[in-house]
Each structure stands twice: as structure tokens, then as C-alpha cells.
Ligand binder design. Structure first.
Ligand code: CO
Length: 134
């Protein structure tokens, strides 16, 4: 059911320093910072040949990324995103198998303008999973 790895999201405390690390030390192509107030983050996209890394810096105290960074002071992998062809069919199949879909269970429009859902990390090897309609 799941397809390509769309991105790996890494929570960071200092977006400028993390962007410089990826650009200068690792030699990757990076985007300008993109504020996404509706998701409580500022994002930098790191473009790799086969996928993307998203550096997420919290915006505001209510940001879910701020809470993550309280528990992970050095930052860390926040979630991974897999593509699916049909997000509603994927959701219904997962729910029928007992997986927990976060929030209302209805897809929201994610960082790339496409519908996304998040799955409970306890049901997926301790990893927060995002599904994005391809
Ligand atoms: Co994501």
C-alpha cells in the first residue's frame, strides 16, 4: 500500500545553523525558510536525489515541535512520510486493522498542498508516520 518515501522530518532548535550544516558540511541543496503558521513550524526543504529532508523549527509555544524538542534537546527525527495513492482508502484499511489515526481522522492539507494523515507512533515501531496522497 505505501509507496515512495516522500520525506524525513527532523526537528531542530536552530534552523539557520541546521540549514548551514546540511548546505555547507553535507553539501546539500536547501530551500529558503518557509513559515507555515498553520502547522506551527518554519520549514527548510533539503532536496536529495531520491527524497527530501524537512528541517522543522517550532513557531510559537504551542507548536508540536516545541514539545518534541523539550524531550529531545539535540533535535531528532520527528516523523517519516510515505506516499499513498488514495489516502481515504489507506486510512480505512489501517483503521480496520486497529491502527490509530491522529486528530479527527480526516486528512488535512500538509506542507506540500496535498492531503495528509498522521498515524500513532505506538502502532508503528515507535515512529510517527505521515501519509501523503501522491
Ligand atoms: Co511531514
Amino acid at each position: 500500500m505505501i509507496g515512495r518515501l516522500n520525506h524525513v522530518a527532523i526537528a531542530v532548535k536552530d534552523l539557520a545553523a541546521s540549514t548551514a550544516l546540511y548546505r555547507d558540511t553535507l553539501g546539500a541543496r536547501v530551500s529558503q525558510p518557509l513559515p507555515q503558521p498553520e502547522h506551527g513550524v518554519t520549514v527548510v526543504f533539503v532536496e536529495l536525489p531520491n527524497t527530501k529532508i524537512e528541517l522543522l523549527e517550532p513557531m510559537g509555544e504551542d507548536s508540536p515541535i516545541a514539545k518534541f524538542l523539550e524531550r529531545n534537546a539535540d533535535g531528532g527525527i520527528h516523523h517519516i512520510c510515505y506516499e499513498v495513492d488514495d489516502i481515504l482508502a489507506a486510512r480505512d484499511r489501517l483503521k480496520a486493522q486497529g491502527a490509530r489515526v491522529l486528530g479527527s481522522g480526516e486528512p488535512r492539507i500538509g506542507a506540500h498542498g496535498k492531503p495528509v494523515l498522521f498515524l500513532h507512533p505506538k502502532d508503528f515501531c515507535g515512529t510517527l508516520v505521515e501519509l501523503e496522497q501522491a
